[in-house]
Design a protein around this ligand. Structure first.
Ligand SMILES: C[S@@+](CC[C@H](N)C(=O)[O-])C[C@H]1O[C@@H](n2cnc3c(N)ncnc32)[C@H](O)[C@@H]1O
Length: 332
C-alpha cells in the first residue's frame, strides 16, 4: 500500500507530464496552470482528498473554469480559488466527469457514413451530449474543394491529404440513438456550461461551435440510454428500424475502458448486424492498429478512423484534419 506522500509525488508527476506533453502544444495557459499545481503542496493535498480517478488535471481545470466561468489567470489565482472554495470545488469534481463533446469530429465521420447504403440508423456509444449524432445537420468545407451540407450554424472546415472517400451528399438519418455512462442534456444550460468549461483556453473557436451544435441537438432530442456501452448495445441495436443500415460509431471513448472491456466491445460489435465506425487514439484498438500498412510512430497523437475494423485514415483528435491511408482510395 502506497503512502499519501508517495501518492502526492505521483500526482505532481502527472501534472508535470500533463503540462509538458498534453497541454503545452495546445494551451500555454493550461500548461502553466498544471505546472503550478505540481509545485503547490496545498493544491496537491486538496487533490489527495479526492478518489484517485477524480484527481486528473482536466477535471480540476474544467471544474475551476465551470465555477468561475473561465480559467485562473495564473498559479497564484489557482491556489486562491482552490484553497478558498475547496468544498464547492470538491462537490463539482465529484459530481462531474471529463466528457468533452466535439462536433468537429464529424468532418471525418461524414465521408465514411455518406458512402454506406441509406437510410442510416445511428448509434453513438460514449455519446456525451450526442452532438456527433447530428452530423447531417452541419455544413462541411474540405480543403480539396468539396462542400457538403445546407447552410448551418455549425460550419466545419477540414484539411485533407491523400486520396480517400469523398462525400457525394448528406446521408439520410432516420434514427439517432446513443449510450453513455452519464448522458449530458444539450437542452440543459448547466450541462452545456460544463461542456464549455471542458474547452481548453487557447481553443476558443470551439465555444461557438458547441453552443450552436447543442441548440441543434436540443431541438431534435436523440434517445441516449444511460449505461455501459457493452451492456446496452445489443438491446439498442435490436430496437433500430429494420429497413435502415445500423451504424455503431464512437470517437474518443474507448481509451476510458480497461483492456478487457475494449476487447469485449470489439468482439460484440463485430458480431452484430451493424456497420462499425471507430475514431480513436491509434493504440486504443490494437487489432485495428495492427492492420495499418506501416506501424505508427511511437509518439503518434492523431486518431485512427476505421470502418469495420479496417483503418482508413489518420484524423486530428479534436477534428479538422483527415490524412487518408491507401486503403481508403480503394473504397472510392
Ligand atoms: C471524451 S467523451 C467523447 C464524446 C463524444 N464521443 C465526442 O467525440 O465528442 C467520452 C464519453 O464516453 C463516455 N463513456 C466512457 N466509458 C463509457 C462506457 N463504459 N459506457 C458508456 N459510455 C462511456 C463518457 O461518459 C463520455 O461521455
Amino acid at each position: 500500500m502506497r503512502s499519501l506522500d508517495e501518492e502526492l509525488t505521483d500526482l505532481a508527476d502527472h501534472y508535470r507530464w500533463f503540462a509538458q506533453v498534453e497541454a503545452a502544444p495546445l494551451s500555454p495557459r493550461y500548461a502553466e496552470l498544471a505546472a503550478a499545481v505540481a509545485e503547490d503542496a496545498d493544491v496537491l493535498a486538496f487533490l489527495g482528498t479526492l478518489p484517485r480517478p477524480k484527481r486528473q488535471a482536466n477535471l480540476l481545470l474544467g471544474a475551476l473554469q465551470y465555477l468561475h466561468v473561465g480559467p485562473p489567470a495564473d498559479g497564484v489565482e489557482l491556489h486562491r480559488w482552490v484553497t478558498g472554495d475547496a468544498d464547492r470545488l470538491r462537490e463539482t469534481m465529484l459530481a462531474r466527469a471529463t466528457q468533452t463533446n466535439e462536433a468537429a469530429r464529424c468532418a471525418a465521420l461524414l465521408p465514411v457514413l455518406a458512402g454506406l447504403p441509406g437510410p442510416l440508423a445511428l448509434i453513438e456509444v460514449g455519446a456525451s451530449a450526442g452532438l456527433c449524432l447530428y452530423l447531417d445537420r452541419y455544413g462541411y468545407e474540405y480543403s480539396d474543394g468539396v462542400r457538403v451540407g445546407l447552410p448551418s450554424p455549425v460550419q466545419l472546415s477540414c484539411e485533407v491529404t491523400g486520396t480517400g472517400l469523398v462525400p457525394g451528399g448528406m446521408p439520410e438519418v432516420v434514427r439517432r440513438a446513443g449510450i453513455d455512462l452519464n448522458p449530458l442534456d444539450p437542452a440543459d444550460p448547466d450541462d452545456v456550461a460544463w461542456l464549455q468549461a471542458l474547452i481548453w483556453p487557447g481553443m476558443e473557436e470551439r465555444r461557438d461551435r458547441l453552443t450552436a451544435a447543442a441548440a441543434i441537438a436540443a431541438r431534435e432530442p436523440a434517445e441516449i440510454r444511460r449505461g455501459d456501452l457493452v451492456e446496452e448495445l445489443p438491446g439498442l441495436v435490436a430496437a433500430m428500424p429494420v429497413e435502415a443500415t445500423v451504424v455503431v460509431f464512437h470517437t474518443a471513448v474507448l481509451a476510458y475502458l480497461p483492456a478487457p472491456a475494449k476487447e469485449a466491445f470489439a468482439e460484440l460489435v463485430t458480431g452484430l448486424p451493424v456497420r462499425w465506425v471507430s475514431q480513436e487514439g491509434v493504440g486504443v484498438l490494437p487489432a485495428v492498429r495492427d492492420r495499418l500498412p506501416e506501424p505508427p510512430a511511437p509518439d503518434e497523437v492523431r486518431f485512427l478512423l476505421a470502418l469495420d475494423g479496417e483503418p482508413l485514415a489518420y484524423t486530428a483528435a479534436h477534428g479538422g484534419r483527415i490524412d487518408w491511408l491507401p486503403a481508403a482510395a480503394l473504397r472510392r
